[in-house]
Design a protein around this ligand. Sequence first.
Ligand SMILES: [Zn+2]
Length: 208
Amino acid sequence: MPEKKELTKEQEKNIIKLYLVDDLSFKKIKKETGFSENISTRILKTNNVYVFRENFKSFEDYKILKKEKYDLYIKGELNETTRFDSSKTYIAVCKKTGEVFDDYLNKNGYLTKYIQNILNIKDIPDSKLKRKDIEFKTGKFWYEEYFNIIEIKKKEIVKCRYCDWKTTDLVNRSGCITVHIDNIHNVKWYDHIKKFPEDCILFDKTKI
Ligand SMILES: [Zn+2]
């Protein structure tokens, strides 16, 4: 019966240590802690310490990276900048455009593409090593130069009526909703509020 369990910080820390330092399998971690592989994996991924074994040719390299990850994790602890709590929701917000992304860990690489293609910044750290180095020195992801990662409550977001696009600009102050529905869905705001009258608060009617 898999459930979404909420773990304490201590429990999370223990799983991370067993995985990174003691190099235990998920089976053994379960035996030690009682938490299933699914839960452990979720904790590791949320804390950005999950390591793909298949990315490493040698077992030694794999172990070294795990050790480095642990140092980084602990360093975050010591600086009191423990980043992300698995029971909370975070988003990445572009510092320049205000555009919002769910994938704040940049797992899909969307943030990288956005930095290159939309912000038009070509000079970005291009290797895993350079990125990890920035992470290690600053305690932040390299892409946080362009994005703020913020914790949100679900209702602090406005979701597009037509697609999955979201914004934290609840009152459409920047006009990003107007621009989005026009550009992406070819819907003018005055047509939009005919369909969704409750959205009229989002649009400044003096701009007709
Ligand atoms: Zn949309």
